[in-house]
Design a protein around this ligand. Structure first.
Ligand SMILES: N[C@@H](CCC(=O)N[C@@H](CS)C(=O)NCC(=O)O)C(=O)O
Length: 277
């Protein structure tokens, strides 16, 4: 796809028509070095940032803010990602890729260096399943922890589903150093950044004593990736992403986010359950 077939059109213009896109061909933007549009607080984008750091790709993929294209809801950005969300990858050849798991798998597949592929089909299936559980049942409602919600009832019911799915993930966590066992995989990259949200928000803003109650495997996995220690190269990168997200969440907190999004007001409605267990 790279090289001669790459278009030279500016990012933001529709490089192929809708009919061509509809035939399953990728939307192309500009060619040149790859660009990941993302910001530090973005937990979905962070799975791609871990891959970029862990494969040593910072000179091959520039991480730039969506504001370079006028922001995620600008016409220019939405021509490249019609959902208006981060992350967005423009490949070296000018293909616009979105959905963080698709971008992550592309980065792991495309570039030299460790592929983080697990050894057996069963391990790989469990890695994919763990990520799918999060992306299908948690990611779409994680906003209940920090965004405006229609009502306290809706926020509380989504919080309950989050809690249930944390228990489901506990069942699939290896209990070893990494999510799927002794080796790091894409499941670590995909899940860890969101657990930075969970620890921060459930304990500091929802008053949970322990975000990982009754989930010893998830806790020890998370603590390992958060530690950045023990001589493991991989945990240095997860720790780096932890710091990026944590600092951004502190800035949200200082800006009064849990007040302005109505979380604090909802928590006063005592007929709903906010603190687990
Ligand atoms: N399923 C998408 C979710 C993307 C997503 O929700 N991204 C967040 C940042 S982590 C975002 O752009 N939020 C802003 C918005 O929805 O307006 C993915 O995995 O890429």
């Amino acid at each position: 796809m790279e090289g001669s077939r790459a278009t030279t059109r500016r990012a933001g213009t529709r490089a192929v028509g809708l009919a061509q896109a509809a035939r399953g061909r990728a939307v192309r933007a500009m060619s040149g070095s790859a660009k990941l549009y993302d910001i530090p607080v973005s937990n979905n984008g962070a799975r791609c940032r871990i891959a970029i750091y862990a494969k040593g790709l910072e000179d091959k993929i520039d991480i730039v803010p969506p504001s370079d294209l006028g922001g995620i809801k600008s016409e220019e950005y939405m021509a490249l990602n019609p959902k208006g969300k981060m992350p967005l990858l423009i490949t070296e050849g000018g293909i616009a890729l979105w959905e963080s798991e698709v971008i992550l798998q592309y980065i792991l597949d495309k570039y030299d260096g460790p592929s983080f592929t697990l050894e057996t089909p069963e391990e790989r299936a469990l890695c994919a399943l763990s990520t799918k559980i999060f992306d299908t049942y948690m990611q779409p409602i994680q906003g209940c922890l920090y965004r405006v919600s229609e009502s306290a009832e809706q926020r509380a019911s989504e919080l309950k589903v989050m809690d249930e799915n944390l228990h489901t993930l506990e069942d699939y966590c290896s209990g070893g150093e990494y999510f799927c066992g002794p080796s790091p995989s894409s499941a670590d990259m995909s899940l860890f950044p969101s657990f930075v949200f969970f620890e921060f928000m459930l304990e500091r803003h929802f008053g949970w004593k322990d975000w990982g109650y009754e989930k010893p495997k998830l806790k020890s996995w998370y603590d390992n990736l958060k530690s950045g220690g023990d001589g493991s190269e991989f945990t240095k990168h997860t720790r780096r992403v932890y710091d990026e997200i944590y600092q951004a969440l502190v800035a949200w907190e200082e800006g009064g986010r849990w007040e302005t999004t109505g979380v604090n007001a909802h928590k006063k409605e005592e007929e709903y359950k906010w603190v687990y267990p």
